[in-house]
Ligand binder design. Structure first.
Ligand code: ATR
Length: 284
């Protein structure tokens, strides 16, 4: 059977992404033999052709795409419509092209994170949550947490103004929630946090053994420390928290669930999450 439905991954770089392995495994698992997921590297500015790439999806009859770093916000002007979630977050990680050729932007990052918490039997609803970082991922997660009913979130970031921006954009929609902001050092003022989430890039292999917080910051057995980074599997931050007895979770599950939600948008089928996780682990 020939390939009829092509889905792509727009980003830079994309050569090391685990998404092609994970999505193609999902197609295989469900017998979607006419589907194929391919990397679509689109360079960054000053010579970025992101506009041509997005409009080219329609021209080439591509049925969907994922969008990753650094283009999640740059694609917005070229889309025909956005889901409420993508609109609120201001970033897109999934594009679906409908039968009329309309490009619809979605964001599955935040819900992917919540799905992974649910899979780990963690309900953030009544929890006091600390989000470290204030980039695109932090914005998606904060919005998803608020939408899920979480009412107490502190956003800590090196650049406090960016944390303020996130708080400002969500305060009106979630009037009952307390959204505080500060710099990373203020983690010392949140000893009763239930869930601490690292969304910064500190902990990626390129950053060595750095942590988003000082090493004299400690955690307790009742705390959950989540790091969006999944490579390495245990960042220095997670190892540090685990040594204190905290429960630790890495970002692999969020990666799988955001992909599973995107898969469901494109194929209108429930994604085979377990197979996708297996493929993601194998691709790492
Ligand atoms: P993503 O889309 O993955 O969230 P991003 O939007 O580039 O990526 O955000 C990166 C986050 O990591 C930001 O919160 C950034 O802090 P600043 O807003 O102050 O730039 C944080 N970050 C990156 N490198 C950092 C470092 N060396 N120290 C502290 N924070 C860092």
């Amino acid at each position: 059977m020939g390939i009829k439905n092509i889905v792509g991954l727009i980003g830079w770089p994309v050569s090391h992404s685990v998404s092609p392995g994970m999505q193609n495994r999902a197609f295989l698992e469900l017998g979607c033999h006419d589907w194929l997921y391919v990397p679509m590297p689109v360079a960054t500015s000053p010579n970025s052709r992101i506009k041509e790439a997005v409009l080219g999806l329609r021209a080439l009859g591509i049925v969907g795409a994922n969008v990753t770093v650094p283009h999640k916000e740059a694609v917005l002007p070229y889309l025909d419509d956005l889901s409420d979630m993508a609109k609120a977050i201001g970033a897109v990680n999934t594009i679906a092209i409908d039968n009329e050729g309309r490009l619809i932007g979605h964001n599955t990052d935040g819900l992917g994170f919540i799905s992974d918490l649910v899979e780990h039997d963690v309900d953030p609803k009544g929890m006091q949550v600390v989000v470290l970082g204030a980039g695109g991922s932090a914005r998606a997660i904060t919005y998803a947490l608020l939408s899920h009913g979480c009412q107490n979130i502190t956003i800590l970031n090196r650049t406090k103004s960016k944390a303020n921006d996130i708080a400002f954009s969500f305060r009106d929609s979630f009037k009952n929630a307390i959204i505080k902001t500060d710099t990373l050092a203020a983690i010392k003022d949140t000893p009763s946090a239930d869930l601490i989430i690292n969304t910064t890039s500190i902990g990626l292999k390129s950053t060595g053994d750095q942590m988003p917080v000082d090493k004299d910051v400690h955690f307790t057995k009742s705390q959950i420390v989540y790091d969006l980074i999944y490579n390495p599997k245990m960042t220095t931050f997670l190892k540090h928290a685990a040594k204190d007895g905290a429960r630790t979770i890495n970002g692999l599950g969020m990666l799988v669930h955001q992909g599973a939600l995107a898969f469901a948008i494109w194929t209108k089928q429930k994604a085979p999450v377990a197979a996708m996780k297996e493929a993601a682990l194998a691709a790492l």
